[in-house]
Design a protein around this ligand. Structure first.
Ligand SMILES: Cc1cc2nc3c(=O)[nH]c(=O)nc-3n(C[C@H](O)[C@H](O)[C@H](O)COP(=O)(O)OP(=O)(O)OC[C@H]3O[C@@H](n4cnc5c(N)ncnc54)[C@H](O)[C@@H]3O)c2cc1C
Length: 500
């Protein structure tokens, strides 16, 4: 185990993709085994020292940022322990990088679908945030690919959890037995779950609650994940991918509506993951006109004069490839896409280029924040399908009126877009945060959620307060106390320390 205390050694661990300033810590510890994690936590618990778990720090809400105490980096717990081709599972330590896992399982003819477009993140970080991304439109979020998990609790005790083996009771409590035989009884929070396709705002509380789901998306506040058993799928034979450009936003929106609807219908045919010859998108990603202008700096071949674009993809087989090309082409023509200037491919190489095109956008946005020396103002709300068009219109009108530079992009299939505002000075920063507040209020009013995939971390805890209010934050804090009575883990994540 490494322990570091020099300022320059800690520096890299005091920032993540949130651009939040002010991170500080007394010590960095880098364990190499789960036993070392347990002894670090035991010691911290005895001393009441705060512990912040650090993955790859690609998180955008400051969850891995310490404000005092110890940083516990998972980078050395980075082994892929096994890949079982027959059972289609992988057992991994949390510090394995997503990109490395994807390559390793592909080499075995298997597929790990969760893909938050940023491949340098750790699997443990993905589990702790229930990361999702473009492909979640078809395959769902990280939660759906976690079969088992080992968690070290704040006092060093250990929980071994398997999906389907422990559920909440009828009275809304949940009982868990640790490795030392201690039973922990916790009360599951009772807030209603918004009717959206993605939601990571607060502890997962679906009833009956599978115990493992409580820890997925808990943002380093309930325990430290030291091992994961992941579910894998067979590697798809091929993909048909395209980036379609539209001169009019109304055409783009109608195209997305129909593609979304038909994809849902295709999934009603069992099995839901089958590769049929009907339209069934794995992803539907949106770029507004401003995003295209932004991206053109890195991809000059991006057509200009367009209202927006949609990146789509569908699994194919040798038998369905030609039919699916026709099916998508007909839909694009029906909705007046500029087919001649759009891009289509079935090759892996060009598909990678399209993914790079999509990835270039959040990266360029992050660079812009750094250049303007401003905190990130990036929305992550999802709203119900029926409310989506009106919500987007509301956002665009307000953004246009503001005069502040912005882009809108993201997971349009899941009714979940990111608005990034780029204030250039303190006055714009204040107004940008005000606009963000209006978006949050509106999203909550129409039944949406505060965070669909990035989590709450420290950056968005005030918005979770707006959505939940005192009562539900107190319920969350009560749940946390059951697992971490001294409140040492992930302090400041999700809710203010005062609730603990
Ligand atoms: C360019 C870019 C694009 C992105 N796109 C997406 C996207 O499309 N979808 C999406 O969901 N996210 C996206 N993200 C956000 C980010 O990649 C995810 O949140 C990712 O899951 C974070 O993983 P990490 O290893 O970097 O975790 P960190 O940022 O280090 O930590 C995130 C949280 O998890 C906790 N944590 C980490 N490891 C553990 C562990 N072993 N046990 C307990 N708690 C732990 C931390 O304490 C923290 O609260 C993007 C980020 C970038 C920079």
């Amino acid at each position: 185990m490494q322990v570091k205390i020099q300022t320059e050694e800690l520096q890299n661990y005091l920032a993540d993709s949130s651009n939040m300033p002010g991170g500080h810590a007394e010590r960095l510890v880098v364990p190499e085994t789960a036993d070392e994690v347990a002894s670090i936590l035991r010691e911290a618990s005895d001393a009441g020292t705060p512990v912040t778990v650090s993955g790859a720090r690609t998180g955008t809400v400051g969850g891995a940022l310490p404000f005092g105490g110890v940083v516990l980096s998972m980078e050395r717990l980075n082994k892929i322990k096994s890949i079982d081709k027959i059972a289609m599972t992988a057992v991994v330590e949390p510090g394995v990088l997503l990109g490395e896992l994807q390559k390793a399982v592909e080499a075995e003819g298997l597929f790990y679908p969760p893909d938050p477009t940023e491949w340098s993140c750790q699997i443990g970080g993905n589990a702790a945030t229930n990361a999702s991304g473009a492909r979640s439109f078809k395959y769902g979020a990280t939660r759906e690919y976690i079969n088992g998990m080992t968690v070290v609790l704040a006092d060093g005790d250990v929980l071994r959890l398997r999906r389907g083996e422990g559920f909440s009771n009828a009275d809304g409590t949940i009982d868990l037995t640790t490795a030392t035989g201690k039973t922990i009884t916790a009360k599951v929070p009772t807030y209603p779950r918004p009717d959206v396709r993605k939601n990571v705002s607060g502890y997962f509380n679906e009833q009956p609650l599978d115990a493992i789901d409580l820890f997925i998306g808990s943002e380093g506040t309930l325990g430290v994940i030291t091992e994961l058993e992941l579910k894998l799928l067979p590697n798809p034979e091929g993909f048909f991918s395209g980036i379609a450009f539209f001169a009019k936003h109304e055409d783009l929106a109608a195209f997305v509506d129909e593609a979304r609807q038909r994809s849902f219908q295709s999934r009603l045919q069992p099995p839901a993951t089958a590769v049929g010859s009907d339209l069934n998108a794995t992803l539907l990603e949106y770029f507004d006109d401003r995003s295209l202008a932004f991206i053109r700096e890195k991809f000059p071949e991006t057509p200009d004069g367009m209202a927006g674009a949609v990146f789509f993809e569908q699994e194919t087989t040798a038998g369905t490839e030609d039919t699916l090309f026709e099916v998508w082409n007909a839909l694009l023509e029906k909705h007046n896409a500029d087919v001649d200037r759009s891009w289509f491919t079935t090759t892996e190489q060009d598909r990678e280029k399209m993914r790079a095109f999509r990835h270039a956008l959040p990266l360029a946005a992050n660079e812009r924040y750094t250049r303007y020396k401003q905190k990130k103002v990036s929305t992550d709300m999802a709203v119900p399908v029926a409310e989506f068009a009106g919500f987007l219109r509301f956002q665009k009108e307000m953004l246009e009126r503001s005069g502040i530079e912005y882009i809108i992009f993201g997971h349009i299939g899941d009714c979940h877009l990111h608005v990034n505002l780029f204030p250039k000075d303190d006055d714009e920063a204040l107004r940008a945060r005000h606009i963000y507040g209006r978006f949050i209020a509106h999203a909550i009013m129409i039944g949406g959620c505060v965070s669909a995939e990035h989590g709450i971390g420290k950056l968005k805890s005030k918005y979770l307060y707006v959505a939940m209010g005192e009562r539900y934050l107190n319920e969350m804090a009560e749940l946390k106390r059951a697992f971490d009575p001294k409140g040492i883990l992930g302090r400041g994540n999700m809710f203010d320390e005062k609730y603990i």
